[in-house]
Design a protein around this ligand. Sequence first.
Ligand code: KIV
Length: 277
Amino acid sequence: MSATAKKTAPMPSDILARKGGTPLVCLTAYTTPFAQLTDPHCDIILVGDSVGMVHHGLPSTIGVTMDMMVMHGQAVARGLKQAMMVVDMPFGSYEESPEQALRNAARIMRETGAGAVKLEGGVTMAPTIEFLTNRSIPVMAHIGLTPQAINTLGGYKVQGRGEDRERIMADAEAVAKAGAFSVVLEKVPASLADEITAAIPIPTIGIGASAGCDGQILVIDDMLGLFTAFKPKFAKRYATLGDDADKAIADYADEVRSRAFPAAEHVFGDKAPEPKK
Ligand code: KIV
């Protein structure tokens, strides 16, 4: 590539071609500054519906709306130069029918410029995935623990242990057959994630799955230590920015109360400075 050539975002076919290769690096982002920070290091940026919990104080992802996903998708798009942007379809925006899913996925792609959408569900959602991919909407699937289904799954439990293993394997095979270009495997036993990765032709992206997956994803606020309400076992903290922010804000409050801030260098004199010659 020449020094001036602009790197373009990977297409679904590029992601598919990474099956079995160097692992795909994926993170979530919800705002322009974090899109700018993550873009140079990642293959895929997911505008996850986790935004509802980490930025809107919701107790789960169930209250997230289409308008929220579109707004955060637009903000992230402004900060990306080279990574593929995938936007989550929120709860209630695709389950009713393939037609409803198409209407909302098309809105997400039209209004945010996303390269693909992600939706939760395996065998049940396979016809919808096929309907979308046949109509020019690339789909990343999401199986295992599907957070939009916590009320029927009974909480944020590991999925696919014991007799449940076959259900998750069937989900993986169904979404791959339906045309998804990749699949997120969330909170499944490592041995099952490895078995699925070997069995299906599309990249698996693990979160609480296995290092043997074709890629990994984490929620950015978890890995930076910004979201501290709870810490899932799989969410390795690479920084403690929440603690740093707490200290900075406490220092500011002390300095305001003691009048140490603003100091001379932060205030303005009566006269404009001489123009530089
Ligand atoms: O919403 C989200 O951030 C996700 C990831 C955890 C995969 O779906």
